[in-house]
Design a protein around this ligand. Structure first.
Ligand code: BEZ
Length: 217
């Protein structure tokens, strides 16, 4: 049985994304192929299972919105390429959904382990539901893990990418539940002098020295 101690450490926010070269339903793909785009890399436990089916359908539904944000999608499981092809065809036939993003056939589980997608105490072989958001410079910007029995909310993943892009474009932070178009937060001051300056801005949008909201520029 795989032990956590035998696994590479999972990707960490701010570090370079682990390199890969993988067989996918759209041919061989490398991490480098995504340079210049953002990438949502997500794992799922297995093809032809119900929660995973709902997730693939949901990801297909937000693919256009992710593209508008300059972000590609890449799914992964340890199933074979033939299983992936059959499952995508079945989703098309039975659910009228076109899964037009690639799925990695990580049959050795190497990429899943490298990306911290294997949770041995839950399953030693089937990956958990991990999402790794990688930016256009191939830096890991966010990482989340859900158990096998809980389907993810893909709208939260789109929101996360939009929030990260707003942060990069405007040097702002985003509040809980933020959606594009809503006011953003000024990152907190880190010196006494900056705190004093902010205290001087007291008003509805700056109720205290550490908390200033503003409209998105
Ligand atoms: C599912 O996708 O339904 C599923 C897969 C593995 C374990 C539990 C549920």
């Amino acid at each position: 049985m795989t032990d956590s101690a035998d696994l590479p450490s999972p990707p960490r926010i701010g570090e370079a994304a682990p390199d890969f070269e993988a067989e996918t339903t759209q041919g061989m793909l490398r991490l480098e192929d995504f340079r210049g785009s953002w990438l949502v890399l997500f794992s799922h436990p297995a093809d032809f299972t119900p929660v995973c089916a709902t997730e693939l359908i949901a990801f297909a539904g937000v693919r256009g919105r992710l593209r508008e944000l300059g972000c590609e999608l890449l799914g992964l499981s340890v199933d074979s390429i033939f299983s992936h092809i059959a499952w995508v065809r079945s989703l098309e036939t039975k659910f009228a959904v076109s899964v037009d993003f690639p799925l990695v056939a990580d049959t050795t589980g190497t990429m899943a382990r490298r990306y911290g997608m294997v949770m041995p105490a839950e399953s030693p072989t089937e990956p958990a539901r991990v999402v790794c958001v990688i930016d256009d410079r191939q830096i890991v910007r966010a990482y989340m893990a859900y158990p096998m029995t809980t389907g993810r909310n893909v709208h939260e993943i789109v929101r996360l990418v939009a929030a990260l892009r707003a942060t990069d474009a405007h040097g702002v932070a985003t509040p809980a539940g933020w959606k594009p178009g809503e006011p953003v937060l000024v990152p907190p001051p880190r010196t006494q002098a900056m705190a004093a300056e902010r205290a001087g801005l007291a008003g509805a949008s700056c109720p205290d020295w550490y908390f200033c909201k503003k409209e998105m520029p």
